[in-house]
Ligand binder design. Structure first.
Ligand code: FES
Length: 443
């Protein structure tokens, strides 16, 4: 694993902003997620920012955090975890990622790395002389069948030789990267066998017959099973073993349930099963519990039994509980299952829609986004809890700050980003006053 840290401060730009087109794209992207789940857009936004500027800067991370209402550290964690994010400047025309994992290494990745060293820079993550190219070694990019390969931005170049990579790097260096066809660089179709198809070469000689699945054996119908012994087919009777001819098993005398011919036992068992099913169907049909088959049971008890045995709530249990039947017969464990809210439905501080906890003053809302640390998402949340004015923020008491931070789940942010002073200055004199006091534009 490589150590991934932000680039040195000397190369970090002071600010980051999406272009108009990318900002519109980002807004749409954020809106795809349900309320309270906008943070899920963190990876797409970081990737878009990287596509725009070539790498992910500290300012980019802060900007994305503000847009999504996230703590800076959370976005930093994402950016430093995934090696797809470049944390330092890369070549303006190409950043070559050479796969160095076993299949590529066995097929010549070492030579590709030597090409990068000689044509770009001796060390990875360093720019060439004119700043147009850079390179690094990466783990498997998922094109092992066509090893060795490199990735340049979003495209892969496969089946490479040292000479072919030199040509590709030269083309990108000259600004002609688009002239190189991505994918395999030899005569093969995608990832098909090199040199052409090598299997399934025969011409099919017969059309395939339609497959008809075998008919499963018919299950005995309850009505037939419940029929008297006389109705058993003659064939079954003739197949019955002759008890008199069997050697006597003394255990049979102590097993009354097994007395009689095997077919009689079967018929009687099937009859009982048929009666149980018929009674069950009748009780389902009219909605009454089957007290006869399970003496003393109510419908709710019946399903509570299911829960006890199966450790899972039955649909009928939920229905019974909803109808109030739970109060009479449902066992404790079943009540627990019914009472627990479904996962994901319980409101949480940052999960559901924030509820109003302050009284929003009359009049149009101020642009809370002018306060550092407040992005569009957080502004919407603040409005939702009843904060719409700079003056409200400026006048917040410590108790109100605690209430707000625990409601929106961003403990410490108000003090850390100095909201109160910023809001007081904005409320007093707007952007002009802000510039005078802080010596810069808001945000
Ligand atoms: S090993 Fe190189 S792409 Fe998989």
């Amino acid at each position: 694993m490589s150590v991934r840290r932000l680039a040195d401060e000397s190369v970090q730009p002071a600010s980051f902003a999406f272009s108009d087109a990318n900002a519109a794209w980002a807004e749409k992207r954020i809106a795809l997620y349900p309320a309270g789940r906008q943070q899920s857009a963190v990876i797409p936004l970081l990737m878009r920012a990287q596509d725009q500027d070539g790498w992910v800067t500290r300012a980019t991370i802060e900007k994305v955090a503000e847009m999504l209402g996230m703590a800076y550290i959370r976005v930093l964690e994402v950016a430093t975890f995934y090696t797809q994010f470049q944390l330092q400047p890369v070549g303006t025309r190409a950043h070559v990622q050479v796969c160095g994992t076993t299949p590529c290494m066995l097929r010549g990745a070492g030579e590709l790395i030597e090409v990068c060293k000689s044509k770009i820079h001796h060390d990875p993550h360093h720019l060439n002389d004119d700043g147009t190219l850079s390179w690094e070694e990466v783990e498997c990019a998922g094109a092992c069948v066509n090893a060795p390969m490199v990735t340049i931005y979003h495209d892969t170049y496969e089946d490479l030789t040292a000479n072919r990579l030199e040509e590709i790097i030269d083309a990108f260096h000259a600004g002609n990267g688009a002239s190189i066809k991505p994918g395999t660089q030899i005569d093969r179709l995608n990832a098909a066998a090199e040199g052409g198809q090598s299997t399934l070469l025969e011409t099919p000689t017969a059309t395939r017959e339609k497959f008809i699945p075998p008919t499963p054996p018919e299950a005995p119908a309850p009505a037939a099973a419940a029929a008297p012994a006389a109705a058993v087919p003659a064939a079954a009777k003739t197949a019955e073993p002759d008890n008199a001819a069997r050697p006597k098993d003394v255990s049979e005398e102590n097993a009354p349930a097994l007395k009689g011919t095997p077919s009689e036992a079967k018929v009687s068992e099937a009859k009982a099963e048929g009666e149980r099913k018929a009674a069950g169907a009748a009780s389902k049909a009219d909605g009454t519990p089957n007290a006869e088959m399970r003496p003393g049971a109510t419908g709710a008890e019946s399903d509570a039994g299911k829960i006890d045995g199966g450790k899972a709530p039955g649909k009928a249990t939920v229905e019974a509980a909803e109808n109030g039947a739970a109060a009479t017969g449902v066992k404790k464990s079943a009540k627990k299952v019914v009472a627990a809210p479904a996962e994901g439905l319980s409101p949480s501080a940052d999960g559901g829609n924030p509820q109003p906890i302050f009284t929003a003053p009359e009049g149009p809302a101020d642009d809370l986004k002018l306060i550092t640390g407040v992005g569009p998402v957080l502004e919407r949340k603040l409005n939702a809890v009843g904060i719409t004015k700079w003056s409200q923020v400026a006048a917040m008491t410590p108790e109100e700050i605690t209430k707000l931070e625990s409601s929106l789940n961003f403990k410490g942010r108000v003090a850390r980003d100095n909201w109160l002073q910023q809001a007081e200055v904005l409320a007093r004199g707007g952007i002009e006053e802000y510039r005078k006091v802080f010596g810069k534009d808001p945000r």
